[in-house]
Design a protein around this ligand. Structure first.
Ligand code: NAD
Length: 369
């Protein structure tokens, strides 16, 4: 047996010159081959907490690499340069980043700044001729989102939104089951998204920089989740707001909103978005033939859950690593994920958020047609 393995190992290496590994079934694992295609060279704009998470995750990417930064803080730039080996010529600030258009070593800019800055920054990056990956929410309303889509189209660059769950294996497995009809006709979705927010001075509680409150930041996961789990676009929303702390959550900054969405098939969703309660990261869906429950459903993972058929069992990989490799594949090879991550997908969520805020104000059902 040992000599057979030696023979196969030798044969494999000498035949194609690449180190291949055995997987559990004794077959060669194709994914262990070193990637030899094009690498997406990315500059991150906004070196805050999520930017740092993405940068770390990209260390494990096969198809994407962090090569540049855009920041207003020189000390952070210096630290990142050391950590990621970023040359001076790939470092920009918020005043001069339009010059990135003259830099052939950067393919895309990942905008990871406060929500209220995304629109203007995305348009500037597009005008500099670089692909844009922009964090969720893509802007602070649908009008901004559409402007971003139009600007990227006009500049002939891609606009992708940081919807990491669209690449998360257990999420993808449930969406596949729904597409294969395993839940029958989806009837009801429940999404609960929230956490207790800390520091009252942070940008997330500033209407101008955040665009709103919990709905923009975390409620959007239930909106997006309802759409990808049910596989339909809502035609109406109703919504009710509760505010217990008017000092922390000022005018235009939502603390807690319950909202409902109606879909063309007759399916309904009932969701909660909050900055005032912990342990809310849960999706539930039931259809005419089966059900699923995920908890946590959109946190950094591991994502856990079960369906009427049993436990979800896809192994955990850092979401942002999968996302960035997937986005590189999309940009260079046109390979789409199971649910889109393009700007149009972002606008769909923004339209629903606009309608939810309108429904809170008016107290009436708002049509999405
Ligand atoms: P953060 O406050 O940690 O970082 C924001 C960065 O933007 C900081 O480096 C800050 O210096 C910079 N910045 C530039 N101009 C600024 C200004 N005028 N005011 C304040 N900061 C400014 O925030 P974060 O948690 O990294 O969030 C950034 C974006 O990423 C948000 O859009 C957020 O919704 C998104 N996000 C997405 C996920 C996800 O899982 N997809 C998770 C967290 C955050």
């Amino acid at each position: 047996m040992a000599s057979r393995r030696n023979f196969i190992e030798k044969l494999t290496v000498s035949a194609i010159g690449l180190p291949l590994a055995f997987n559990a079934t004794g077959l060669f694992a194709a994914s262990d081959r070193p990637y030899q295609g094009k690498t997406l060279r990315v500059a991150i704009m906004g070196l805050g907490s999520y930017g740092t998470r993405v940068a770390k995750a990209m260390k494990d990417c096969k198809r994407a690499k962090l090569v540049g930064v855009i920041s207003g803080t020189p000390s952070k730039v210096e630290t990142w340069q050391k950590e990621y080996g970023i040359p001076n010529k790939n470092c920009y600030n918020y005043e001069n980043f339009d010059e990135i258009k003259n830099n052939p070593d950067i393919d895309a800019v990942y905008v990871i700044t406060p929500n209220g800055l995304h629109c203007e920054q995305t348009i500037r990056v597009a005008k500099a001729g670089k692909h844009v990956i922009c964090e969720k929410p893509m802007g602070i309303n649908a009008e901004e989102g559409q402007k971003m889509v139009d600007a990227c189209k006009a500049a002939n660059v891609k606009l992708l939104i940081g919807y990491r769950m669209h690449y998360e294996p257990n999420t993808v497995a449930v969406i596949r089951m729904r597409k294969d009809g395993e839940f029958g006709k989806p009837k009801f979705f429940q999404g609960q998204s929230g956490f207790v927010i800390g520091d009252p001075t942070q940008w997330r509680l500033n209407k101008k920089l955040a665009g709103g409150g919990a709905m923009m930041d975390i409620g959007i996961y239930s909106i997006n989740g309802a759409r990808y789990m049910l596989g339909e676009e809502p035609v109406w929303v109703t919504a009710q707001e509760t505010k217990t702390d008017t000092e922390k959550f000022k005018e235009g900054v939502d603390e807690t909103i319950q909202f409902q969405m109606g879909f063309p098939s007759g399916a309904v969703a009932n969701c909660l978005s909050t900055y005032a309660m912990n342990n809310l990261d849960r999706f539930f869906m039931t259809g005419s033939k089966g059900w699923m429950e995920m908890r946590p459903s959109t946190g950094y993972g591991p994502i856990k859950g079960r369906t009427h058929k049993g436990e979800l069992d896809q192994p955990h990989t850092t979401h942002q690593t999968l996302q960035m490799d997937g986005m590189a594949e999309l940009i260079f090879e046109g390979k789409q994920p199971i649910v889109p991550v393009n700007g149009e997908e972002g606008v769909k969520d923004m339209k629903i958020i606009d309608a939810i805020y309108e429904a809170v104000k008016s107290g009436s059902k708002v049509s999405l047609n």
